[in-house]
Design a protein around this ligand. Sequence first.
Ligand code: 5AD
Ligand code: SF4
Length: 436
Amino acid sequence: MKILNTFYIRTYGCQMNELDSEIISTQLEMRNLKKVSEEEEADIIILNTCSIRDLSEKKVLGKLFEYKKDKKDKIIGVCGCMAMNQKDKLLKKFPHLDFILGTNNLLDINKILDDIIQKNTQEKKIDLNYEIGIENFFAKRENKIKASISIIRGCNNFCSYCIVPQTRGREVSRDSNSIIKEASHLANQGIKEITLLGQNVNSYGLDKPNSKILFPDLLYMLDKVDGIERIRFMTSHPKDITKDLMLALRDLKKVCEFVHFPMQAGSNKILKAMRRTYTKEHYLEKINFLKSLIPNVTIGTDIIVGFPNESDEDFDETYKLFDEIKFDTAFIFAYSPRQNTLASRYDDNISNTLKQQRLQKLLKLFHKNLKTKYDKLIGTKQEVLVERLNKDKKSLKGRTRTFEKVLFAADPKLIGSLQIVDIKNFSHQTLIGELI
Ligand code: 5AD
Ligand code: SF4
């Protein structure tokens, strides 16, 4: 019988995956396994995977080929979106893979390990339905200052390019009592900032017709949790960013003035083909309304370039809208066709070279606009949640309410506290300041 002492877990992809890894790790630690930071030292290797783009999957496939050559007597497992997406195909292709565990089976990890030890067979658990009991499992967090809390799992939107509804299933909101309980539990452990997570947090509560608690209501409830100083959330779908939500953002002391507001494209033709359900005019209207209510709000976006049939004119529209809005954070991706999505039926007819050119053009614009924004922040005073010691071991790093990174010299004892910092300069994407 195998004796297991240590495990290594590697997370790919989004913050939801990071949180799922923490849930898995907590259970393995409850079984007295020790987490190690080098895979060579581990008896169990777990890859918690992402399928959002082809590149994300390729990285994991590369790792699995590597283990094929040199598995030793380790147990190797794949969790997350690739387990959901590829299912048995993965087990067949990689006979040395011991298990796959889906996004709705996080609490089954120890049962899977027991089965492998007893039977020495390939094991799988990949349910499509929301996992019972997950609401009341509070993972141990590594970060002692800030933590994510899952509030809704899955997505009902079926944007034509996106695999997430297949890998994470339909939307299921978590019970509000258990969310509040976890937030209080984290606050008692000293956590100062929480990020509410979901593929689409703004749909919170809509899947429960009898529930009167929608996303803005949840924010009002969480704002009252003692000890929590800041509340953030992601991701939002623009169609669900309602006036009530904007008012909550304006009026609640702890809810930070930053919204991830993924635009994806600025051409109505492409937005329609993406099934985003809004036009560029609606999108801009919402952004302008948000900015009129909260003048200092910062806005993040995701953009996909090179979607099928994206002409130079379509890209130009994206470029102009991107320039007009002046985003504060931007994740820009080259389109990558995903199996069984609606868009995978369209011809992927934009060359990789053109996709990369468009991506670089937007990135250049983003950095140019960012410089103008940082110039304006010089001379302002910002509230910073001090998160950690900087790599130079001399200064401290933290973030403003509006999500800008800040570096300043001060005593490490201040880690975990809110401080006011006078912004003097900036370098790359970090503001540099002095403690007041
Ligand atoms: N190709 C490229 N980018 C994608 N995204 C989602 N699916 C794809 C795809 N097939 C991007 C979207 C989404 C972010 C998480 O990933 O911009 O908002
Ligand atoms: Fe994917 Fe669209 Fe759902 Fe976001 S809203 S997870 S892009 S289907």
